[in-house]
Design a protein around this ligand. Structure first.
Ligand SMILES: Cc1cc2nc3c(=O)[nH]c(=O)nc-3n(C[C@H](O)[C@H](O)[C@H](O)COP(=O)(O)OP(=O)(O)OC[C@H]3O[C@@H](n4cnc5c(N)ncnc54)[C@H](O)[C@@H]3O)c2cc1C
Length: 469
């Protein structure tokens, strides 16, 4: 059976994920839908950390890493703003000795060209029959499909197809994130929605007068409010067939399985066994009546008591957000985090049991991963805001004349004792670093990473084991 995975957005996280899945899960068919044309500008560079480089290995393109990366680009010289001399005041670099001794920290981390990286991922995917990337195709929304999958729609409402799992990798302007994330600043990931639904075979025989009066007059009735939703509808064939279905919606639960666990009913192994008419029916009814508390009047409670069968189903969209669509992290590391999300999600989807026999994804593990990704981004955001406060202090320093350092320590907004310590240590650290830099330069001719520089041990392990390429 082929599992259908749809990825919305052919940016850095979407294409990385597609690259790994297409190589490592041949039974999965991956479709990437991208709003922009194939020739779209991809921005500048990105210095991939261990996660990003592992992702390239797992996507089978690590052997082309240096085709899209800039040699000697992983160090930076700081000059005084007012000085025209050739000598920097300080250099931030990765000493060759430390690279060999501690590659996990000091491995090659050059600037990688985003456009070239994308082309390499696309080239590799084009060699595989299980992946398609469709450009000029915007995704507007997603809806649950009757077969349990998720259908994607374009701008004009045109269907882009039905998928067993959708990954939203549309970045900052995602049109799907509202399905998964509560507020505009990306505060919180939603849980899922579960329906307890069932049938009253003959309301005329089972229900009391108030409920019957409503059903006779309106056919379909709904109760909504205080975080509750209940819905009843006649669906019998002909006027003598009074069969009525009932839906009771729970918006705060992750899965039907966790609900059944709470009720004390074992999860069904098939659709047929999920229709409960035995002692499980009474347990579910008791649970719903308790959940209704004092909020519902007697006619709604009557409907629950009259049910002849019940089923509990997940109605959560099989949709997961990654990258900036989850929370916009942007400049200063958002791309690195997006690659990490893609790498981690792919690793989860590779695990045994990630999809069941019908091709349905194990959403609970994906939800947990999505929550961890969001938490990581929130931490990143908080640090970024902290740095922004330092930037404000720097703005206030403008126009105060030439500086002794390439940046003024006072501008960093450090609290008193930290500023004192920085004043004491920084000149000494800078002198030592500069001397070390010159030594590396004298020995090697030029400082910085090249294809022969030690790589991250985790990447090496993947390559040695044949898992990467
Ligand atoms: C100027 C600049 C410099 C940056 N420099 C760095 C850096 O040096 N290091 C770093 O780590 N990060 C950097 N970032 C941040 C980084 O670019 C983002 O965090 C990263 O691109 C997010 O990746 P993503 O895959 O989540 O989304 P994106 O890369 O934004 O990809 C989203 C994709 O989805 C597509 N899309 C959007 N809407 C739709 C739709 N409705 N239907 C279909 N497709 C759609 C878009 O066209 C795009 O191709 C920089 C950002 C900027 C703006």
């Amino acid at each position: 059976m082929t599992i259908r995975v749809g990825i919305a957005g052919a940016g850095i996280s979407g294409l990385t994920l597609a690259g790994i899945l297409s190589r490592r899960l041949p039974h999965v068919h991956v479709t990437v839908l991208e709003r922009a044309p194939a020739a779209r500008d991809q921005g500048y560079g990105l210095d991939l950390d261990a996660n990003g480089q592992e992702a390239l290995a797992r996507a089978g393109v690590y052997h082309r890493y240096w085709d899209c990366s800039q040699p000697y680009s992983d160090h930076m010289a700081f000059f005084r703003i007012g000085s025209h001399g050739p000598e920097p005041a300080g250099v931030m670099f990765r000493p060759a000795l430390l690279r060999w001794l501690f590659p996990a920290t000091f491995a090659a981390r050059p600037e990688t060209n985003r456009g070239a990286l994308r082309d390499i991922l696309l080239d590799e995917m084009a060699t595989r029959a299980n992946t398609g990337v469709v450009f000029d195709t915007a995704v507007r929304d997603a809806r649950l499909h009757v077969d349990g999958g998720c259908e994607l729609f374009g701008d004009s409402g045109k269907s882009h197809g039905v998928f067993d799992l959708i990954i939203d990798a549309m970045g900052l302007h995602s049109t799907l994130r509202h399905h998964r994330v509560v507020d505009a600043s990306g505060g919180k990931a939603f849980g899922g929605t579960v329906h307890i639904h069932g049938v009253i075979n003959s309301p005329e025989a089972a229900c009391g007068a108030p409920l019957l009066a409503r059903l006779r007059k309106y056919g379909s009735v709904a109760g909504y409010g205080r975080g509750y939703l209940i819905f009843l509808q006649r669906f019998g064939a002909g006027s003598n067939d009074g069969r009525t279905c009932c839906f009771y919606q729970l918006n705060h639960l992750d899965s039907a399985e966790s609900l059944l666990d709470e009720i004390g009913v074992s999860p069904p192994s098939s659709r047929a066994s999920g229709i409960m008419t035995d002692e499980r029916l009474d347990k579910v009814k008791r649970w719903v009546l308790h959940d209704m508390g004092e909020v519902f009047d007697e006619s709604w409670r009557d409907a629950i008591r009259s049910l002849d069968r019940v089923t509990a189903d997940d109605v959560a969209l099989p949709l997961v957000c990654i990258g900036d669509s989850l929370l916009n992290c942007g400049l200063g590391g958002g791309g690195i985090l997006a690659m990490q999300d893609a790498n981690e999600l792919a690793a989860l989807l590779e695990k045994e049991g990630a999809f069941d026999d019908a091709g349905r994804p194990d959403l609970s593990s994906l939800r947990a991963a999505e929550g961890a990704m969001l938490a990581r981004k929130q931490e990143f955001h908080a640090e970024k805001q902290q740095r922004a406060r330092g930037t404000c202090a720097q703005v206030a320093e403008r126009g105060r004349g030439p500086t002794e350092w390439p940046f003024e320590l006072d501008d960093l907004g450090l609290p008193g004792w930290k500023l004192g310590l920085a004043r004491l240590l920084l000149p000494r650290v800078a002198a030592l670093t500069n001397a070390w830099y010159r030594w590396d330069e004298w020995r090697l001719g030029r400082v910085g990473a090249t294809p022969s520089t030690p790589i991250y041990p985790s990447v090496k392990k993947l390559l040695d084991s044949g898992e990467g390429k």
